[in-house]
Ligand binder design. Structure first.
Ligand SMILES: Nc1ncnc2c1ncn2[C@@H]1O[C@H](COP(=O)(O)OP(=O)(O)OP(=O)(O)O)[C@@H](O)[C@H]1O
Length: 626
């Protein structure tokens, strides 16, 4: 599923409750103790606000009205005590809430990353990584806001409000009822404003994720941006997005801030009404003014938490969009997860057998149409064919990056669909055409092949991969940090590091996508030597471009438009003057296979229509040993 599409749906109130309930049910139990402490501290803060307001009554009545000196000490002591208590419990409350909030964010980040690691390549094929990263970033902080708002507003403001309203009712139930007359218009105003704010907020989330994604992609592709002088175009595109986001944010401010004058005016009515009625009543009844002061103090103290709670819904809406987007990703079922009855793969010899393998990336275009062949144990099988024939797809399928439509892939007789992914992938070392280096040192990057590899093993692997020498020339040797994706290293050096990573893995099966470009003769020779050493004694499937790899392979599989059209050893295939292989071979005239590949494309087109009509004596020799 594309994460962008689902964003357009609206959040109805029942979904909002569902999201909040889900977040609570997933997280509440974990933090029971912290919540108990936080709520207890909040109760003390809330109660102390009520007590402060309550103390106004004896203060006014006993000290100022009845002028009893003894009460000065009692009241002042009580006020001091309440402030100390409120300060301490406020501290405990804030720390506990922050701990819960931070830990929840950390947990969502971990869950998100774990889930992303489980999702199949098909998810990444459909999703732009820049947008994904930007969305995760925005959404996780949105979740923190949601939690901060719900937890702190509900815990702190609600409890304070309850304490203060309790004091108000205790002091003067009639006046309290007068104040509550402003409730209904306030609720109506909040509902109106949050309806208006909803659609604008959604637009801002979309715009921001688009904007951040576009910025990230521009930075990642900076070399291309400069080479094609795309700066002005990108500046205009991003400038437009920034302008739109700014406009929408201003709109949000304009709409949401309407709550300020509305609540101020309503509060003005409440305070004026209370004073008018209370003052009038005091004149008539000659009551001591303490209760009235206490009431007004509680009313004024209640104003801030009440206003914050009224605004809660506005912010809540924005964060709910974020929370929902997080769940949209977390709810995607990983496609290639282990079957419930999956068993570990046991590789004894390492034979790989393709049996009638059919596959397509999408329903529309089948890519493989019944592929049959065997990569014999401990031998090298070279796969050749024109661009788009399906060679890389075969390599992806052996690693179970996608599920087959029909057929089986067997390793030592075990169907890879029924074994655990971890055991399968641990039995394989993969060297891609474009090596990828991760953040960390050179040694770290080799160690990704096998986390428990010792330093001696890493050095030995680097020596075999012909990388040891250049590593020692780096400023800090094996401890030199590599730049982003190894930009500080040459193409050949990166390749050799990725070969060292594969060597250190020490897996019985090797999948190799031969690099053809970006290497000068010298580094190509070194990379080739490195590959030769790692291929010894391992079942190797290599997407072969170099003539030497093809000629020396134990078995050659010729692919064309998703089918195996010929297979056998070089000598057998070349002996048939009409074989596609012979034609390929003649075409290259001693040149590198990449040249042949290009010539094939020129001659027979990318789909290989012409070649498929050629006589193919070797066709359908699936299972024949090299
Ligand atoms: N992720 C993908 N999503 C959809 N289609 C894909 C994907 N990857 C490859 N294809 C399609 O599958 C077919 C086979 O691609 P594949 O990469 O396996 O060919 P190849 O023989 O390795 O080509 P090359 O030598 O150019 O790398 C092509 O038609 C390609 O367009």
């Amino acid at each position: 599923m594309s994460i962008g599409k689902a964003k357009k749906k609206k959040i109805d109130p029942s979904e909002a409750t569902r999201i909040i309930r889900r977040m609570m049910s997933e997280n509440l139990r974990e933090y029971k103790q912290n919540y108990i402490v936080a709520v207890a501290a909040s109760l003390v803060v809330g109660a102390s606000n009520g007590v402060l307001a309550y103390l106004m009554k004896p203060m006014i009545d006993k000290i100022f009205y009845e002028q009893q000196l003894g009460w000065v000490w009692i009241i002042c002591g009580a006020i001091l005590g309440v402030f100390i208590l409120r300060g301490l419990s406020g501290y405990i409350q804030a720390v506990e809430l922050a701990k819960i909030g931070n830990n929840l964010v950390a947990r969502y980040q971990k869950r998100m990353f774990n889930h992303l690691m489980k999702l199949g390549l098909n998810f990444y094929n459909d999703t732009r990584s820049g947008h994904l990263a930007a969305q995760i970033n925005q959404n996780v902080s949105g979740i923190r806001d949601l939690l901060n708002m719900t937890i702190s507003s509900i815990a702190r403001d609600m409890i304070s409000l309850v304490g203060l309203i309790g004091t108000m009712f205790y002091m003067d139930p009639v006046l309290s009822a007068v104040v509550f007359l402003i409730g209904p218009p306030l609720i109506l105003a909040v509902a109106y404003i949050s309806r208006r704010i909803r659609s604008v907020t959604r637009e801002v989330v979309h715009l921001n994720s688009h904007l951040l994604g576009a910025m990230q992609e521009s930075v990642q592709g900076i070399a291309i941006v400069k080479a094609f002088t795309m700066e002005d175009q990108l500046r205009a595109k991003i400038g437009k997005l920034i302008g739109q986001a700014e406009g929408r944010s201003n709109k949000i401010a304009k709409v949401s801030e309407r709550i300020t004058p509305i609540s101020e005016i309503l509060a003005g009515f409440a305070v004026a009404g209370v004073l008018a009625y209370g003052g009038y009543r005091a004149l008539l009844t000659q009551q001591p003014p303490g209760a009235m002061f206490a009431f007004i103090t509680a009313l004024l103290l209640a104003y801030d938490p009440a206003r914050r709670l009224a605004r809660l819904q506005v912010g809540l809406e924005r964060s709910l969009v974020n929370a929902r987007m997080i769940y949209e990703i977390l709810d995607i079922e990983p496609k290639q997860s282990d079957r419930t009855d999956a068993v570990p793969l046991h590789v004894e010899k390492g034979e790989i057998r393709f049996e009638d393998v059919h596959f397509s990336y999408s329903d529309v275009a089948p890519v493989l149409h019944g592929v049959n062949f065997v990569a014999a144990a401990g031998k090298t099988t070279a796969i050749i064919g024109a661009s788009g024939a399906g060679k890389s797809t075969l390599i992806a399928l052996v690693q179970r990056f996608y599920d087959l439509e029909k057929g089986r892939i067997l390793i030592d007789g075990q169907d890879i669909a029924g074994v655990t992914n971890q055991s399968l992938r641990q039995s394989i070392a993969y060297v891609s055409q474009q090596p990828y280096l991760f953040e960390g040192t050179i040694a770290d990057n080799i160690r990704y092949g096998r986390p428990d590899a010792t330093m001696e093993e890493i050095v030995a692997a680097a020596e075999l991969a012909h990388a040891h020498e250049f590593i020692l020339q780096q400023p800090e040797g094996y401890d030199t940090p590599v730049g982003e994706n190894g930009v500080t290293l040459s193409g050949g050096q990166r390749q050799r590091l990725s070969i060292a990573r594969a060597i250190v893995r020490n897996a019985p099966i090797l999948l190799l996508d031969e690099a053809t470009s970006a290497l000068d003769n010298e580094s190509e020779k070194r990379v080739q030597q490195a590959l030769d050493s790692i291929m010894q004694g391992r079942t190797t499937i290599v997407i072969a471009h170099r003539l030497s790899t093809i000629v020396n392979a134990d078995h050659i599989v010729v692919m064309e438009a998703g089918r195996v059209v010929e297979e056998g050893r070089h000598e057998t295939l070349i002996a048939d003057p009409n074989s596609i292989y012979t034609r390929f071979h003649k075409l290259q005239g001693g040149a590198d296979w990449q040249v042949v590949d290009d010539l094939i494309v020129d001659e027979i087109g990318e789909t290989g229509e012409k070649a498929s009509k050629a006589p193919t004596k070797q066709r359908g020799k699936a299972g024949s040993k090299a």
